[in-house]
Write a protein that binds this ligand. Structure first.
Ligand code: AHG
Ligand code: MN
Ligand code: MN
Ligand code: MN
Length: 294
């Protein structure tokens, strides 16, 4: 196993490959961070497969991560939010990446992240096929959370070093913060009623980058949602690159994930770029949310 995974065990034959994926993502993170300078503008007229404006940094980070992840022996597929189709690269784990999550925050210089998931099945795959997932958070410092079936660990990335901060990340039970995406008039009446309750119990913290918004839920306890909207019944976030990996991380940290009815991880994966409502956070709040939406 890779030195950086420390206490986490993946299981079976996947330890080495997941360890190398984690190494590539964490060694590339400082380069991505530095390379954002000068790449904070849209690529002229281009949109990615889900219609997002592509920033120069989105395309560049995808190229860099894609090249390195595909070179790992035991990675069989590479898929990204920024690519139309899955790239076949041999036999082995399928790696799905959101190279820059929250890339519209490049304009305002707010936090962003990189998300990855390692699936044992060809992509699109259900979250039950994940053996590891995680994210890098580009905040005031660069941190990384990695989850396997064994649990979740948090690291601090300093140049080429990845130092373990917490070997057993646990979502605090007491909820403190919430962040809900989308315009309020587009929420369903049921979600709106739930939000009104939560507003009385927690502090609003929404920053427009799921990685950073979920990272503070992991730190302080609470809930993050990007719900179904009137104009987008499946919400905004993508199951393969965002919903599944983040749901996996939160569940391994003792939280819950939901698409409104049940765990994100049991949602059918029909389309590569398919969307899903995303709700993650403290188990009690997700239970209440599902009751409210039922
Ligand atoms: P990405 O930058 O990878 O396309 O993801 C953006 C996502 C997610 O990070 C965030 O939660 C949400 O979009 C923000 O959307 P709004 O601008 O609608 O708040
Ligand atoms: Mn995007
Ligand atoms: Mn994203
Ligand atoms: Mn992205």
């Amino acid at each position: 196993m890779s030195e950086g995974l420390d206490a986490l065990v993946v299981g079976g034959d996947h330890d080495r490959v997941v360890g190398e994926v984690v190494d590539v993502v964490s060694r590339t993170a400082p380069e991505i961070r530095e390379g954002l300078v000068g790449r904070r503008q849209p690529v002229g007229g281009e949109a990615n497969p889900t219609g997002d404006t592509q920033m120069e940094a989105d395309v560049w980070a995808d190229d860099l991560l894609g090249e390195r992840l595909r070179a790992i022996e035991g990675v069989g597929e590479y898929a990204s939010e920024e690519r139309e189709s899955v790239v076949d690269c041999g036999e082995g784990l399928s790696v799905a990446v959101d190279p820059l999550d929250g890339s519209s925050n490049l304009v305002s210089n707010n936090p962003m992240g990189t998300i990855f998931g390692c699936y044992t099945e060809p992509i699109p795959a259900p979250g039950t096929a994940l053996v590891a997932a995680g994210y890098v958070c580009f905040g005031p410092v660069t941190t990384m959370v990695v989850a396997t079936d064994d649990g979740a660990a948090e690291y601090e990335i300093d140049g080429g070093d990845r130092r373990l901060l917490e070997g057993s990340v646990t979502l605090p039970r007491e909820p403190t913060v919430y962040g809900f995406g989308g315009r309020v008039p587009e929420w369903s009446p049921e979600f709106t009623a739930f939000a009104r309750e939560i507003e009385g119990e927690c502090k609003p913290r929404y920053g427009g980058a799921m990685v950073a918004d979920v990272n503070q839920v992991l730190s302080y306890g609470g809930i993050f949602s990007y719900p179904a909207l009137g104009s987008r019944p499946a919400g905004k976030l993508r199951l393969q690159f965002e919903g599944n990996p983040i749901g996996y991380v939160v569940e391994r940290a003792g939280g819950r994930s939901s698409d409104g009815e049940g765990s994100l991880l049991s949602r059918d994966a029909d389309e590569l770029h398919g969307r899903t409502p995303v709700h993650v956070g403290s188990p009690d709040l997700i239970d209440r949310l599902e009751d409210a939406l039922a």
